[in-house]
Design a protein. Structure first.
Length: 424
């Protein structure tokens, strides 16, 4: 007997589960529009622009976001990659140094290291959290290790207590990548405040967005000064507003380091400053809806979400990572499952990141600082690292974007219906 239209997968000609629009992301409210128009008509479109304004949106956002995190200083910049880069540079990472990097994360985490001529040492992840394994990270430390990069990934939170203890024991600073964890709280402390430096991406898909942008935060005044200079060609904010006012420039020459231009523009800063006021409320709504979702998918044997909601005081949900057991794959590739879910939900669902030892976008041997090394470049070859957990989970996990949690329970029901339809 032929299957009814509703029982056929949408990719096979059946009716999709979802026909309505999902909640929009990013969102622009009236205040954001006023901020952007104010910046647009200010004659100051960048921190380095000549203007009578002595207090830019960029600087205001840096201070507001630092206060939000409960930390002393924030340095806005052009991207999350830029935030990682100036953080690594401020920590003194350079050619030949080693940086421990999770083997499962976006390529920018490793490429930011390579582009400084330093060596990313890829370390496998913990199966429960998909974040950096503390035990394996400790085993990877050598006399060349200059930093440990920890990434809070896929709505999960790394074992920060264990990693902080390792950092202190070996005197190797933590660089905390929180690009998927804006506003998360662990034991009353915000993500980004557990290491020497916290780095955030503000790219369009993130929980807090400037379209493109990033920010690095720290409690260390020396690191703050160095990061400012690394992102503004050796310049930093004038120490007093009056100096900036009379010079028409908000930045002063320092020249303690050789930086480059990685500044955030004023239009992006104006937008993200407005978005910050909504972050906690949006995170609370996502958490409420995820709790409903988690309860409803319990009946689907062989499918579960990777998350650490129970261990965080305030969890955040960016990219919902669903693990599909082999019994439900039934010989299908995880990409096929993601494609089928995308068709049912009209929402872009993808396989999670491929491990960095086998990622088509991560080829360090082609980065200029590495290629110049000739035979010595073999130390950068990612294929020399064994990453079984990263590999296995990459083959069995899909990522669902966070805007699906910005609606109501009917949206959650559509998610659950689609998962059942594709997997059962």
């Amino acid at each position: 007997m032929a299957a009814s239209p509703d029982s056929r997968l949408a990719i096979n000609g059946g009716s999709p589960v979802r026909t309505r629009r999902w909640p929009d992301w990013p969102r622009a409210d009236a205040r954001m529009q006023r901020n952007v128009l104010d910046a647009l008509h200010s004659s100051k479109w960048t921190i380095s622009g000549l203007s009578e304004r002595t207090y830019s949106y960029e600087r205001r956002f840096g201070e507001a976001f630092a206060a939000f995190c409960g930390i002393s200083y924030g340095v806005p910049c052009s991207s999350g990659t830029a935030a990682l880069t100036i953080g690594l540079q401020a920590l003194g990472v350079g050619p030949g140094d080693e940086v421990i990097v999770p083997g499962l994360t976006w390529v920018a985490c490793a490429s930011s290291v390579c582009n400084l001529g330093a060596i990313p040492v890829l370390v496998d992840v913990d199966r429960a959290t998909l974040c950096l394994s503390p035990a394996l990270a400790e085993m990877a430390i050598t006399s060349r290790t200059r930093a440990i990069m920890v990434v809070h990934l896929y709505s999960s939170f790394a074992d920060i207590d264990a990693l902080a203890a390792i950092s202190e024991r070996y005197g190797v600073p933590l660089l905390e990548d929180c690009s998927q964890a804006h506003g998360a709280v662990f034991r009353a402390e915000r993500a980004g405040t557990f290491g020497a430096i916290g780095a955030f991406s503000l790219q369009q898909s993130k929980l807090l967005t400037a379209g493109e942008g990033g920010i690095a935060v720290t409690n260390d005044e020396t690191l703050y000064d160095r990061m400012q200079q690394f992102r503004a060609d050796g310049r930093r904010y004038h120490r007093t507003p009056s100096e900036a006012r009379w010079s028409f420039w908000e930045l002063e020459y320092a020249g303690d380091v050789a930086g480059r231009n990685l500044c955030m523009n004023e239009l992006s800063a104006a937008a993200v400053l407005s978005g910050l006021q909504h972050l906690d409320g949006q995170n609370a709504l996502r958490a409420q809806n995820f709790h409903i979702l988690r309860q409803k998918v319990k009946e689907i044997q062989g499918f579960r979400f990777i998350e650490t909601a129970d261990s965080c005081s305030i969890p955040t949900f960016y990219r919902l990572c669903g693990r599909v057991e082999m019994s439900l794959l039934r010989g299908r590739a995880i990409e096929d499952v993601a494609t089928a879910l995308t068709a049912e939900l009209r929402l872009p669902i993808e396989r999670i990141d491929r491990p960095l030892n086998d990622h088509p976008l991560y080829n360090p041997l082609k980065y200029p600082p590495v290629a110049a090394l000739g035979a010595d470049a073999a130390r950068f070859d990612p294929s020399r690292f064994n990453l079984p957990e990263a590999t296995n989970n990459s083959l069995t996990c899909v990522g669902i974007p966070h805007q699906c949690l910005l609606g109501d329970e009917s949206d959650i029901d559509d998610l659950v219906t689609a998962i059942k339809k594709v997997l059962l």
